[in-house]
Design a protein around this ligand. Structure first.
Ligand SMILES: *Cc1c(COP(=O)(O)O)cnc(C)c1O
Length: 468
């Protein structure tokens, strides 16, 4: 509905009237009034701008209130809150990468809610080392001389470059086959340049030899850098020197060799699921590199962080870099990582971490019984056919792109609405369900749904189909 009066300006609703009408509604999104006011003011202002620019079909008052209420709902849904991941992508970047373990969350709760010994030495009562315990745990787990932690793996790489490839020796040699973009705009060459490092590219995209590296070495070379390709692979006519060969070359010239490993596997991935082996930080250090860095919230299954491990003198030097202060982790992340690494140290190959549990869940024994129970609770619904289908789940998060994990999904065929409509309604629930559309069905892969969320999946479908 719209109205074309001679003076459209007179029809622009007053902010306080809209606010009053909105706050009378039962279903108004539970947002702070200040935020609601700002949004409404903004909407009225845009309408006024449009009218100034010639718009004549000014909406009726009720219509304006209705659309404001919708906009507020959508704003409310945009706050960070839990989502059920039915995509089958275990480390889903849009869904917050790795979920934390209960112990990590309990750690955060205690440390966040109360004071703590973040920088206090309880023995002496003097100022203590921030994250000292965690650094020891990390070094033990990885089998490194020393380790430390920063904001994320991108920050870890920047710090290593700042420390080793700066000033007199500001050149870092890297293969053209490894100038990758990891996602979220993390481009290795751009990070390197931004760190003040001169990037020395060698080889060709598909082939780089040891001599390519050797020929590029000058008195200004600060490091040889190897970057794990993470989210893509090369096949066919390819070659690259092994890490051991690079290490031998670096040693011969007294140049540190650094590997950005990214994914952060700490256990044998091939023992978790029928997927390839992903190199661990420990394996890479054993090949002789001076430093390695990994992400905390990919295959490691912890909070967002970057871990640097390797030679004690280099780690100590990195911690003295002015940028280290700017890129350090806060107490909550340190605590979550501490609990995660302690879990690894205590549990050997079977740490109790949600990500590892998801990767290793069995289709037959774990997923199938859950699927059957859900299908049973939903099969009577009018307008919805539901079954199960074998699927392929993924590691995700730019790790192990080739890994295909056999999985099982709920397979929905709504007869009373379109698939995109169902998908949208599921996203609009208080606890949204993210699935995907394939082969003319809406699917919810159970590998990435926590078993305790199965009931919520059912509730969401009941809520949607009861209404239609
Ligand atoms: C993911 C990844 C990064 C970036 O890690 P963040 O923790 O997201 O900053 C860097 N390098 C490699 C090789 C990666 O796979």
């Amino acid at each position: 509905m719209s109205s074309k009066t001679p003076n459209p300006f007179a029809r622009i609703p007053a902010v306080d009237k809209v606010l009053h009408a909105l706050t009378q509604r039962e279903d108004i999104a539970p947002l702070p009034l200040a935020l609601i006011t700002r949004e409404v003011r903004g909407a009225v202002e845009s309408l006024r701008e449009e009218v100034k620019n010639g718009r004549t079909d000014v909406p009726e008052f009720e219509e304006f209130v209705e659309s404001s209420a919708k906009a507020l709902d959508s704003l409310y849904r945009s706050r960070i809150h839990p989502v059920i991941n039915g995509t089958g992508v275990c480390i889903h970047t849009n869904l917050g990468r790795s979920p934390l373990s209960v112990k990590a969350v309990e750690g955060i709760t205690g440390v966040g809610q109360y004071y703590n010994n973040l920088e206090l030495d309880l023995d002496s009562g003097e100022r203590g080392k921030r994250g000292g315990f965690l650094e020891k745990c990390l070094a033990t787990l990885i089998g490194a001389e020393a380790a430390t932690i920063t904001n994320n793996c991108a920050a870890a790489l920047i710090l290593m470059l700042k420390h080793l490839a700066n000033g007199e020796k500001n050149e870092a040699i890297i293969s053209r086959g490894e100038l990758v973009e990891i996602g979220g705009g993390f481009r290795v060459p751009e990070i390197m340049e931004a760190s003040g490092t001169r990037l020395v590219e060698v080889g060709a995209t598909n082939k780089t030899s040891l001599e390519d590296y050797e020929k590029a070495i000058t008195p200004k070379t600060g490091m040889l850098l190897k970057v794990h390709r993470s989210n893509f692979w090369m096949d066919g006519f390819t070659h690259e020197p092994t890490t051991e060969e690079l290490v031998a070359l670096g040693n011969a010239h007294g140049i540190p060799v650094v590997e950005d490993l990214g994914s952060g596997a700490m256990v044998m991935t091939d023992s978790l699921a029928p997927i390839p082996h992903e190199p661990t930080a420990s394996e890479v250090l054993n090949r002789g590199v001076d430093l390695v860095c990994v992400s905390g919230d990919k295959l490691l299954g912890g909070p967002q962080a970057g871990i640097i491990a390797g030679r004690a003198d280099l780690v100590a030097g990195i911690k003295k870099e002015p940028f280290f202060r700017a890129l350090r982790c806060d107490k909550l992340i340190l605590t979550a990582m501490q609990e995660t690494i302690v879990e690894y140290l205590g549990a050997g190959e079977k740490p109790e971490l949600p990500l590892l549990r998801m990767l290793s869940a069995s289709v037959e024994d774990d997923l199938m019984p859950r699927a059957k129970a859900i299908v049973d609770s939903l099969k009577e619904i009018e307008g919805l056919e539901v079954g199960t289908v074998e699927t392929i789940a993924r590691c995700g998060g730019g790790t192990m792109p080739k890994a295909e994990i056999p999985s099982l999904a709920l397979d929905f065929h709504p007869t009373s609405m379109s698939l995109p409509k169902l998908s949208k309604l599921l996203r609009e629930q208080p606890l949204p369900v993210m699935g995907y559309i394939a082969e003319d069905r809406f699917r919810v892969d159970l590998r990435t749904v926590f078993p305790e969320q199965d009931g919520k999946v059912v509730e969401n479908f009941l809520a949607i189909f009861r209404k239609v």
